[in-house]
Design a protein around this ligand. Structure first.
Ligand code: 5RP
Length: 219
């Protein structure tokens, strides 16, 4: 199926590649928008670029394009990133994001947290007044039935277990306050990670509608 927003995603992704400079360590997100970022980044032929990746799919494409991908796992992994660039499912006016439509939100949040600058890249249809469900979840397999009972309103997603062994699901109940829901999810035993990203994590949002690009700077 063709993505009606592919052009906008590509325009935003190409614009975001300009944030990267020689010698930077770069976190690479996951998804179809990031798939447009990777060739744009490779084409810039920047010197001494080192990347970490948030999914096997991103690692494979980045390496195929000649980008160097280092490990982000274990005590020998990269500890700090200059920048991370990633897509999102929704971006609210408040700067809150929903991520994890591609089930990579746990790794994506870890990479964003390690970066001085986190640039979010979206097509214009994803810019919304208020966030809506589904909110992606990664859940521990151990105690899963109990976690689901305590959370309520969760639908398991028919996708493979995550590369880190987690069960992918979606929180489906509408919510008014993303901070309150993020707090509840983060404090529920058995939730490995959720897909709500706070504005404090985000430095820039690049939004493309047609060929028009808007960059919102949050910090
Ligand atoms: C993956 C993500 C993606 O960034 C999000 O789902 C957007 O995907 P796409 O760029 O394919 O529209 O969070 O876990």
């Amino acid at each position: 199926m063709t993505d009606p927003f592919a052009h906008d995603k590509q325009v935003a992704a190409v614009a975001s590649a300009q944030f990267v400079e020689d010698g930077m360590s770069v976190g690479l997100g996951t998804g179809s928008t990031v798939a447009f970022l990777l060739p744009a980044l490779a084409e810039r032929r920047l010197k001494n670029l080192r990347c970490v990746s948030t999914s096997p799919a991103t690692s494979a494409l980045a390496r195929k394009l000649g980008l160097r991908v280092d490990t982000f796992s274990g005590t020998d992994g990269v500890a700090h990133l200059d920048i991370a660039i990633d897509g999102a499912d929704e971006v609210a006016d408040s700067g809150w994001l929903v991520k994890g439509g591609g089930a990579a939100h746990t790794r994506e949040k870890a990479v964003a947290a390690a970066a001085d600058r986190f640039v979010v890249v979206v097509s214009g249809n994803k810019a919304v007044d208020r966030l809506t469900p589904p909110v992606p979840l990664e859940l521990a397999q151990f105690g899963l039935a109990s976690t689901l009972r305590r959370l309520g309103g969760v639908r398991l997603r028919d996708v493979p277990i995550s590369p880190d062994g987690g069960v992918i699901a979606d929180y489906m109940t509408p919510f008014d306050d993303p901070a309150e829901l993020a707090d509840r999810l983060a404090n529920t035993v058995g939730v490995v990670e959720h897909g709500l990203f706070p504005p404090s994590m985000v430095s820039d949002v690049v939004i493309a509608s047609g060929d028009r690009v808007e960059t919102r700077t949050l910090r």
